[in-house]
Design a protein around this ligand. Structure first.
Ligand code: 3PG
Length: 395
């Protein structure tokens, strides 16, 4: 068996690792159900093919059994989206759970309790993986967001269940983040932002081999300006990454990549939503001020560059978009990508804060692909193999 579509599923118990690690507020209300919705196509397919569906996920980073990290609050939303009453288990392994699985009708769905209540999960303990495997006949991994972790439910269990295959979400994430990035329709642009260059070095280096245009924004740009000899006031700065910034600029040049830094920035007199702000050339940030967004001139330059492209990948916001005063740069990028998407440009939003930004302006459904992975999409874009994918038959 190569893929999920080829697997024999009728009457089988299927262990599905999903990433239902969603944000909950203090009253256990789900504040963003994106990951639950993203898991639905695979689950519905299994239901429709007569499987007994056993869903396994983590939530947060609990140390042992911690009620506030229970997956129970997800049951109503999951049931609503699937159109069946999802059965909740009090545990993720053991006899009681096995009975619940056996009692499921074909097309029924069971949600296991948070698998990280067992420390053996993150240790990738083989005995624990066997106990998980004992619940089912077939393994489907659709937890893209956790595929960079070699844990018992993402990696270990695949050794004990055959077939073990990727779910539809996993396939789509890989199609875009690996396929479209390795063989992009050209010209290909990457927009990389976020606060620190140190967390994006790998991504930038890896993308420099395939992109034609690289646009940089966010807090990391001040390390680049400083490396060019400009003063950056009290902007975010990684003093120990100045040489690295220089070498990235040189590499871009050597590879013929057009690297664009913002020409103007919005500066603030403090890091606060009600800070005083003004727009200045990026090379003229006064002492005591910090850059918190890209300026209107940069937005125009970026927009012109993006207009010529056929594929765009975006990772990391252009500024502190959580503060309305400093959200214009990030929102302009989101809006333009949505527009270009409508004109046939492939637009990929690579996880984390840029996804939150696109959702904030209500444009998520306009993009070609929005990744459900933060750390996982970063590692994939860095060119690292994901253990949760390598363990599968169809890797
Ligand atoms: C995530 O939210 O990035 C994934 O669910 C993985 O969670 P983790 O970083 O706690 O392993």
């Amino acid at each position: 068996v190569g893929t999920l579509k080829e697997a024999d599923l009728k009457g089988k118990s299927v262990f599905v690792r999903v990433d239902l690690n969603v944000p909950l507020d203090d009253n256990s209300n789900i504040t963003d159900d994106t990951r639950i919705r993203a898991a639905v196509p695979t689950i519905k397919y299994l239901m429709g093919n007569g499987s007994r569906v056993v869903l396994c996920s983590h939530l947060g980073r609990p140390k042992g059994v911690t009620p506030k990290y229970s997956l129970k609050p997800l049951v109503p939303r999951l049931s609503e989206l699937l159109g069946v009453e999802v059965v909740m288990a009090n545990d993720s392994i053991g006899e009681e759970v096995q009975k619940l699985v056996a009692g499921l009708p074909e097309g029924g769905v069971l949600l296991l309790e948070n698998v990280r209540f067992y420390p053996e999960e993150e240790k990738n303990d083989p005995e624990f993986a066997k106990k998980l495997a004992a619940l089912a006949d077939v393994y489907v991994n659709d937890a893209f967001g956790t595929a960079h972790r070699a844990h018992a439910s993402t990696e270990g269990v695949a050794k004990y269940l055959k077939p073990s295959v990727a779910g539809f979400l996993m396939q789509k994430e890989l199609d875009y983040l690996v396929g479209a990035v390795a063989n992009p329709k050209k010209p290909f642009a990457a927009i990389v932002g976020g606060s620190k260059v140190s967390t994006k070095i790998g991504v930038i280096e890896s993308l420099l081999s395939t992109v034609d245009i690289l646009l940089l924004g966010g807090g990391m740009i001040y390390t680049f300006y400083k490396a060019q000899g400009h003063s950056v006031g009290s902007s975010l700065l990684e003093e120990d990454k100045l040489d690295l910034a220089k070498s990235l600029m040189e590499k871009a040049k050597a590879k013929g990549v057009s690297l664009l830094l913002p020409t103007d920035v919005v500066i603030a007199d403090k890091f606060a939503p009600d800070a005083n702000s003004k727009i200045v050339p990026a090379t003229a940030i006064p002492d005591g001020w910090m850059g918190l967004d890209i300026g209107p001139d940069s937005i125009k330059t970026f927009s012109k560059a993006l207009d010529t492209t056929k594929t765009i990948i975006w990772n990391g916001p252009m500024g502190v978009f959580e503060f309305d005063k400093f959200a214009a740069g990030t929102e302009a990028v989101a809006k333009q990508l949505a527009e270009l998407s409508g004109k046939g440009v492939t637009t990929i939003i690579g996880g984390g804060d840029s996804v939150a930004a696109v959702e904030k302006v209500g444009l998520a459904d306009k993009m070609s692909h929005i990744s459900t992975g933060g750390g996982a999409s970063l590692e994939l874009l860095e060119g690292k193999p994901l253990p949760g994918v390598l363990a599968l038959d169809d890797a």
